[in-house]
Design a protein around this ligand. Structure first.
Ligand SMILES: [Zn+2]
Length: 510
């Protein structure tokens, strides 16, 4: 996947965790082309819309209902002919009277669908699973759809930007789904505007560990590279028994292992992850008291569980001071031996491929817990609200770690006078094919710094905290952000935001 920010990251990142190579943070790719055609009508009478109509991800999402909760029971056998044997129980509320509705689902075989326990007619149409319940659903009714399905999910392979979604590793799977990958492994209303709580019940073969978002209901089993009962650190140092609270040494159990993970705060579908393989796991709390769960695949040469765990704790506490209370029930991260050049801010626990990790990338992904995850998107066009903010947090972390100041990093971007990838792409409306381009990240961050220069530090940081608080666990838009900025600063910022977010050309500083 192209990484236009490599050179800039290399220059800026003076505080490498373990090495200095540069790779993107949560720089993900475009839509699955098979999702672009809406299916024909399949039943008479009213039905939910087949898409939410987001032009950045055509076909994704559906209308007519609002999902409350996904319970996903996943039997995962990495490398088997059929890697996934699963049941999805989806609790939703009808927002209109419906004779039928759609879920998004690409590939996989559906063997049975019920609605409120009664068998329901279902047909596949491209990336839509069209369901006709035995009885119409009344507006306002809460209903449970159960889908039994199986198969091997296929990674989304974008010709321009790369591979994401359900990505096989040598010992398991790595799952990172922005923007359109969730419905390659579970039936869903796959659009960020419909958040829901989640429960994952994951069964994996003996010797493997299953990780996900949220917290496990039983202790997680470390499985990476240790002798039974005595897990090894990647460097070969034996870890004392009791590798932190809640960690059971490898070899403690025999046979397939089932782990349940619960996500009690609402989450966007693209932020759901399951990660299966051999991992060393550490649990604990940040100095500020937030539960932390980190895991590393010990075959990633540069990964150090102790350093990674401590960094996640330090960054989470730092952003809690700057952005307001941490929005979720735990924090952490997962480093896997996945051959992907990106990380993704999967809720409560970002996932990282096997590249050599910099501190600033962890700072970026954890800033997304406030900006992107808790304050979610209403439409993909506003993706700069995620990436501009997380990039700005990188600048703040670099400054705190003794690297270049935020002002200097802003000047590096603003001084790139001839950079058409910055000034010809308006970050507030980049277009579907450029939604993860450099402008969204760097001009987005520069927009925030230019705003800080215009309204002053006090108003700027109050704005960030107010933004995180006002839309905590919600979905927001750029128009709401600019209105909040005007309210807090008392300034008319229409012209400012127009030139920085929506116009071609390098904005003037005033
Ligand atoms: Zn990001």
């Amino acid at each position: 996947m192209p990484n236009p920010r490599s050179a800039q990251r290399r220059a800026a990142a003076t505080a490498a965790l373990l090495a200095v190579a540069a790779l993107p943070g949560c720089r993900i790719v475009a839509d699955d082309p098979t999702t672009s055609e809406p299916p024909p009508e399949v039943a008479a009478g009213p039905g939910g819309q087949v898409s939410v109509g987001d032009p950045y991800t055509p076909g994704d999402g559906n209308g007519g209902y609002d999902v409350q909760h996904y319970k996903l029971t996943l039997n995962i056998t990495p490398g088997a002919a059929k890697e996934l044997d699963a049941t999805a129980e989806i609790t939703a509320k009808a927002t209109e009277r419906m004779n039928r509705f759609d879920l998004d689902l690409t590939g996989l075989d559906v063997s049975a669908v019920t609605v409120d326990g009664a068998p329901a007619r279902n047909v596949r149409d491209g990336s839509e699973l069209v369901i006709s319940p035995a009885k119409p659903l009344e507006k306002g009714a809460t209903f449970v759809t159960t889908v039994k399905y199986s198969g091997t999910p296929r990674a989304v392979r974008d010709p321009v930007l790369g591979t994401y979604g359900w990505v096989r590793t040598s010992d398991g799977v790595f799952v990172a789904c922005q923007p359109s990958g969730a419905h390659t492994w579970f039936p869903s209303n796959d659009h960020p505007s419909d958040k829901a709580t989640f429960e994952f019940v994951i069964t994996v073969p003996e010797g493997l560990t299953a990780l996900a978002n949220g917290e496990p209901t039983t202790p997680v089993t470390s499985s990476g590279g240790g002798t039974p009962g005595l897990p090894q650190q990647p460097g070969g140092e034996p870890t004392p028994p009791g590798d932190g609270p809640g960690v059971v040494p490898a070899g403690f159990r025999r046979g397939p292992t089932t782990t349940t993970w619960k996500v009690t705060d609402p989450m966007q579908t693209y932020l759901a992850t399951v990660d299966v393989g051999r991992f060393q796991v550490r649990t604990g709390k940040t100095p500020g008291g937030i539960p932390v769960i980190t895991a590393v695949d010990p075959t990633v040469p540069s990964a150090d569980l102790s350093a990674f765990h401590a960094l996640n704790a330090a960054v989470t506490d730092e952003w809690s001071k700057r952005f307001g209370p941490y929005p979720f029930t735990s924090t952490g991260g997962i480093i896997d031996n996945a051959s992907v050049g990106f990380a993704l801010e999967t809720q409560t626990r970002p996932v990282y491929g096997s590249f050599e990790l910099q501190q600033s990338i962890v700072a970026h992904e954890l800033a997304h817990q406030w900006f992107g995850d808790s304050v979610g998107l209403t439409r993909w066009q506003d993706i700069w609200l995620n990436e501009g903010f997380a990039t700005y947090a990188e600048w703040m972390w670099n400054e705190k770690a003794g690297g270049p100041t935020v002002q200097r990093q802003f000047e590096n971007v603003y001084g790139a006078v001839g950079a058409s990838e910055l000034w010809d792409v308006p970050p507030g409306n980049p277009g579907r094919t450029r939604m993860f381009d450099r402008s969204v990240y760097d001009r987005g961050a520069a927009t925030l710094h230019a705003l800080r220069l215009k309204i002053g530090d006090e108003a700027f940081f109050r704005l960030l905290r107010t933004w995180a608080q006002d839309h905590r666990h919600g979905s927001a838009t750029t128009a709401q952000f600019t209105a909040t900025a005007e309210k807090i600063s008392g300034k008319d910022l229409d012209g400012f935001f127009k030139s920085w977010l929506y116009e071609r050309g390098r904005p003037k500083l005033s």
